[in-house]
Design a protein around this ligand. Sequence first.
Ligand code: ADE
Length: 257
Amino acid sequence: MVQATGPSDGAPALRIDVLTLFPRMFEGPLDESILARAKEAGLVQIDVKDMREQARDRHRTVDDRPFGGGPGMVLKPEIVFAAVEALEREPRTRVILTCPQGRVFDQAAAVELSACPHLIFICGHYEGIDERVREHLVTDDFSIGDYVLTGGELAAMVMIDAIVRLVPGAVGEPESTRQDSFGEGLLDFPHYTRPAEFRSWRVPEVLLSGDHGAIGRWRRRTAILRTLERRPDLLEAAVLSSQEREWLQREHGWRSG
Ligand code: ADE
């Protein structure tokens, strides 16, 4: 199979700008493994910028007390607008705010965003961000789950990791992203390696059989059963054949809808 690499003009397939008040948090996670290789190969370009550089006063103020009172501080709109407007944007640029109120990020969102040419991440912080940013600048807001982090930086890193590995060429074998958990709306099947027996626990015999048809069927069946057991909510939208649906209903008591 011919593997896709970056675009032929040498420009990265995906440009990512991260706007944060804590740029040092990104040192490390973006410089290891697949992300580092994707950057080195020129498939993605990731720039992290400190929003505090946009502060114009002596104290480099980026936040202020909330109108109406209450605890905490709110990120000022002019800081975020200036940081975004300093970037080179294009019509398909997505301006993403990471915050607990956003749409929950999932594999479908990762696939969608990996096909965009340019992403800007605004990492929310403090008590929040002035709502005019969300209303007039942001195109998408995303949460990585129903819990509150100290800021949007870790959420942005999680999203960037999930998105970049889907850029063609970033992962060595394209097959391995196709077979991901959630690829067809199912959890992944179990994996084993040598030794075939470890502390008396044997690998399922079918995996040693060399019968690739039987192995494929076993993997499919275990992926479906795992999903039924652990994440039945995913099965509704999963890509299943009518035979698989009937089998789940007949032998495992699954009721759709
Ligand atoms: N900022 C704080 N909590 C968050 C979450 N769960 N997802 C995205 N950004 C956040």
